[in-house]
Design a protein around this ligand. Sequence first.
Ligand code: FES
Length: 459
Amino acid sequence: TEDGETAVTAPELLLRVFRFLGPEDLCRCGQVCSVWDQVSKTGSLWRHLYPVRWARGDYYSGPPGESDQDPDEDWVKSLQDEGRAYQEWDEDADVDESEACEESPAISAVQREKRLLNGIVQNLLPAVGPSVRSLSLAYSSAVSSKMVRQILSLCPNLTHLDLTQTDVSDSAFDSWAEFGACRTLERLDLSGCDRITDRTLKILSLGLGDLTTSSPDRRAKLLRAPPSPINFQDECSLPPMGRSCHDLIFKRRPGGRGSGCGPAHVWALNPSKLADIEDAADWSKRGGVSVQEKGRGDSSCCCRRSRRRSFRTGVSSSPWQYGSMGEALCGHSTCCTSDFRTKCSFEGESCPEHPHNRTDQSGAYRALRFLSLSGCYQITDLGLRCLSQRGGLPLLVHLNLSGCLFITGAGLQELVTVCPSLNIEHFYYCDNINGPHADKASGCQNLQCGFRACCRSGE
Ligand code: FES
């Protein structure tokens, strides 16, 4: 305003209110009108996704809990019972769907979860995928490898992924099969995913990037200062509608537009404000800034590749419904500009906006801190060797290999030597293997589990 105060626009106000809402309410709001729909699909509202819980009426959407926190036993048991009931029902093609749902709350819960997952993949993630940081699909009976593959391609900046006790196979991770595709990943839980083989570890190692191309100084710096990609508590400060977000978030040197990734422009915003950047870019487009394909230059952005893979058939709708949303916004600042191309100053570090920047291998992070392969009995030393390559896992603290029957002490030793941060108390493997830190490491966790592989099952 003229007296220098910042004007708050209606959509900006809406977003502030929406921050108090849970996922279900946000989706309801998104069905009010097109403006509400756009605001409800602001990236910072969808950082953490828990579709399995949401499908059962628990609308928690905060950050994941403590890494080693076990889920409630009753909760897990009820999900497993539901899964079994659904599987039996699904195998019987003669059963009438509506009848079965009326009779069985378990089956209808899984069906609801399936619809929700489809809605999220088709309607929500094309808009907010790059903003998503954590995703839990633990104990899902409805998720498939294909669905996970779509989700991972739409969410390139994931830091937490929990697929505990799901039926996914190696193909679920195909979209990570390029350098740096999952370089922001810090926690991966594949406990009980018994279809996983060494191929997944090979893909994972590739996606985490390559530290060997970094200088020793740089590697030491990375170890000292692990990444903190997003401050989840950041307040969002949207630009007023109709005003270019670039005026707010970038400073440009005189001399006109940049070309390619030249050093002519610099990021002027604190990295902790990246939530604002994504929102601002979103809002810039929504406020009428022209986005022309020609001006966009290349089409290499991860989200643009993802869009081509997703379905588009109609108007937008709620993740709680089937449908699609037409031209989706990725939320990336650089994708939402018509004339702005810059070299990201995060290059060489952990830029959440360019995780697929394959031209810069020096900044590959291998930020994984937590890895659980408990019950993935098909894993062998070859898979562990893949993880050992490209600089190992310098930040790995927790490693669970309980129930991995085919690994050996030598394979473990090779991996452990490149995991300098490993906490021995959080290192689990088969009691019958005489591996590294045998006297101090924790033993197999699957001894009395009953539903995960263990060489001593039944004893
Ligand atoms: Fe050997 Fe569990 S896998 S004790």
